[in-house]
Design a protein around this ligand. Structure first.
Ligand code: FE2
Length: 386
């Protein structure tokens, strides 16, 4: 049984359940989050009014609980609004505990080499024809920041069929998609046979590409395994070892630049480890090839900044952090480029290695996944374990 108490001045109310747990809500928050047809469009749920349409002296005259609903009577509008108590519980904000910087969302699980035994993987045919398989694969991408997909066609452009499963590709100066193989006169080190340090792609863009698909069409060269590192885990490890160094990489911007082809001069000024204002790790940018001169760190902190930058690189290079695999033709992997670093090991000239890459947007992937999960809930099924 839920009870409601209204503060005498009408500025807030508290819902109390049988166990005595109390959730407070402000009058202005409740009024702004009304779901009546004059406030929200019944069809698409979009808000029809702006905050300026709500009187600043909005207060609660009365509130009653009945049949799972809370009805609130607001002044000065003399307006009554019904709220689903389950919705209020799900959106309560009266229990946000203060967080220390470096936390990560409950929707993700950070990992290290231990994930080698359980590399997230899906089957191309299954995710194409079965929404449950697609949902499970996308849920792994959201949780671990990467996943393989096996069993796809061995044909140029097949990576676009993977992206079309969940969203849209961002076209860049490298094209809708790009080739990753040895070239005689490379314009970018990604196209040579050298091993590359684990990195995030294109930190010189703002915003950066949020996802990347790398799709294998040929991989008969010796070596050339792909590897991934969880940048959020690396950042957390740096914080545990050296909190001051972590702070330096989060509080000062690095600079990134790519001007390796005619007509292109991409520049960005962003931190290597980006935090939300409440300390959540939201992005990693790490790419030795395209880090420009860093000029935004105060002189007396630059030496310590470089020490932290070096240590972050050592953590990223630590084999204990890496998950590696060799892609076969028709296989690909997708990474969250705001979180996961990727690399390939060196390969030699015998045989060939031919991958194609593209940059789908993460918001489209998360949207497709959320919509699939909503369908699943409406069908009364259990959510995916991932
Ligand atoms: Fe890359």
């Amino acid at each position: 049984m839920v009870k409601v108490d209204v503060q005498p001045d009408g500025s807030m109310l508290a819902l109390r359940d049988a166990r005595g747990e109390s959730l407070r809500f402000h009058a202005i928050w409740l009024r702004d989050n009304a779901w009546d047809a004059a406030t929200r469009a019944p069809g698409n749920g979009q808000r029809l009014i702006a905050l300026r349409d709500i009187p600043p002296d909005t207060r609660i005259l009365s509130a009653v609980v009945h049949s799972g609903l809370l009805t609130v009577h607001f002044a000065p509008e003399d307006k009554r609004v019904d709220y689903d108590i389950a919705w209020l519980r799900a959106h309560a904000y009266d229990r946000v505990a203060p967080r220390t910087s470096g936390w990560t969302s409950d929707s993700i699980t950070t990992w290290d080499r231990g994930l080698m035994d359980a590399v997230p993987i899906g089957d191309f045919g299954a995710v194409q024809r079965d929404p449950a398989a697609l949902r499970a694969w996308l849920a792994q991408v959201r949780r671990y920041g990467f996943a393989k997909l096996a069993g796809g066609p061995v044909e140029p452009g097949a990576l676009l069929q993977v992206a079309a499963l969940f969203g849209f590709v961002r076209e860049t100066n490298y094209g809708v998609y790009f080739e990753v193989r040895t070239e005689v006169n490379p314009t970018n080190l990604a196209y040579t046979g050298l091993g590359l340090q684990a990195h995030t792609d294109n930190p010189y863009r703002d915003p950066v590409p949020t996802m990347q698909i790398l799709y294998c069409l040929e991989n008969s060269a010796e070596g050339g395994e792909s590897m991934v590192v969880d940048g959020f885990r690396a950042a957390q490890r740096l914080k545990a070892e050296n909190p001051a160094g972590f702070d330096l990489l989060t509080q000062h911007c690095a600079r990134y630049e790519y001007a390796g082809e005619a007509g292109v001069c991409l520049r960005a000024r962003r931190p290597m480890i980006e935090l939300a204002p409440d300390g959540e790790i939201v992005a990693i940018r790490f790419n030795n090839r395209s880090t420009a001169a860093i000029t935004d760190v105060p002189f007396d902190r630059m030496a310590d900044y470089y020490a932290a930058y070096r240590r972050l690189g050592e953590i990223i290079d630590d084999p204990a952090m890496e998950v590696s695999f060799k892609l076969e033709p028709g296989e690909c992997f997708i990474v969250d480029n705001t979180r996961i670093l990727h690399a390939r090991k060196g390969y030699c000239g015998t045989g060939k290695r031919w991958l194609q890459g593209c940059y789908p947007d993460k918001d489209g992937l998360l949207s497709t996944l959320a919509a699939l999960e909503r369908q699943q809930r409406q069908a009364g099924q259990q959510p995916a374990a991932a």
